[in-house]
Design a binder for this molecule. Structure first.
Ligand code: DHB
Ligand code: MG
Length: 211
């Protein structure tokens, strides 16, 4: 026997408890418009880890229309309140996110930034309990020192697309995005500052604990 990854992905998503109508609408929009949200299983892992460390301050780099933000905001609300920072380049995506997150009841928790995510994090006062990174993949290596600076000791970094649909294994692929993921993975897994696992949910998430 070997594992069929498409079957595995559907199975993992099927284990996530039923979502609200708004969350289901956000998932349907992603399917219809081929928008790369993290999906239910990865979203639930984000929610779970944020609950596990009692996160109250979370910063997201590359937030799209707020699907991952919604999972983090739910965790922060259940943790007793705090703040989630949503950051995107695109003002239209930011507007969409504001609508969704207001409907979900998280308006009071979320701070919105429109701009380049790493620079925005640089300009935002830390420390954070959890940082989520889903920016353009060529930007991953450059983001790591900024993230390390803004995350508290004992905080978590979660970073998406660590498998690039398998393109990281294709040595002939030297695109900036794939090289960015390879370089980032090498940097963080060889650094004594971090305890790192790559969790192969959807497109691979690194979950890294800052010592
Ligand atoms: C794609 C997926 C992502 O999760 C992302 O952050 C960017 C792009 C993609 O499938 O193209
Ligand atoms: Mg992604």
């Amino acid at each position: 026997m070997s594992i069929d990854f498409s079957q595995l992905r559907h199975y993992l998503d099927s284990l996530v408890p039923a979502r609200s109508e708004t969350m289901q609408e956000m998932e349907a929009y992603a399917r219809e418009h081929r928008f790369p949200i993290i999906g239910p299983a990865a979203g639930y892992l984000c929610y779970q880890t944020a609950r596990m460390i009692q996160a109250k301050r979370i910063f997201e780099l590359g937030s799209g229309y707020g699907y991952s933000t919604a999972w983090f905001a739910r965790a922060v609300q259940e943790n007793g309140g705090g703040e989630v920072h949503h950051t995107v380049w695109d003002a239209e995506l930011s507007e969409m996110a504001r609508g969704h997150l207001r409907t979900l009841g998280y308006a009071g928790l979320v701070n919105y930034h429109v701009g380049e995510a790493v620079q925005t994090l640089r300009e935002t006062e830390g420390p954070f309990d959890l940082i989520f990174n889903d920016i353009d993949k060529e930007g991953y290596p450059g983001s790591l020192p900024v993230i390390a600076d803004k995350l508290r000791a004992g905080g978590l970094l979660i970073i998406d697309n660590m498998l690039m649909s398998g393109r990281i294994f294709d040595e002939s692929n030297q695109t900036a995005a794939v090289q960015g993921v390879r370089t980032f993975t090498k940097m963080i897994t060889t650094s004594p500052e971090w305890i790192v696992s790559l969790v192969p949910i959807r497109d691979g998430l690194i979950v890294a604990y800052k010592r």
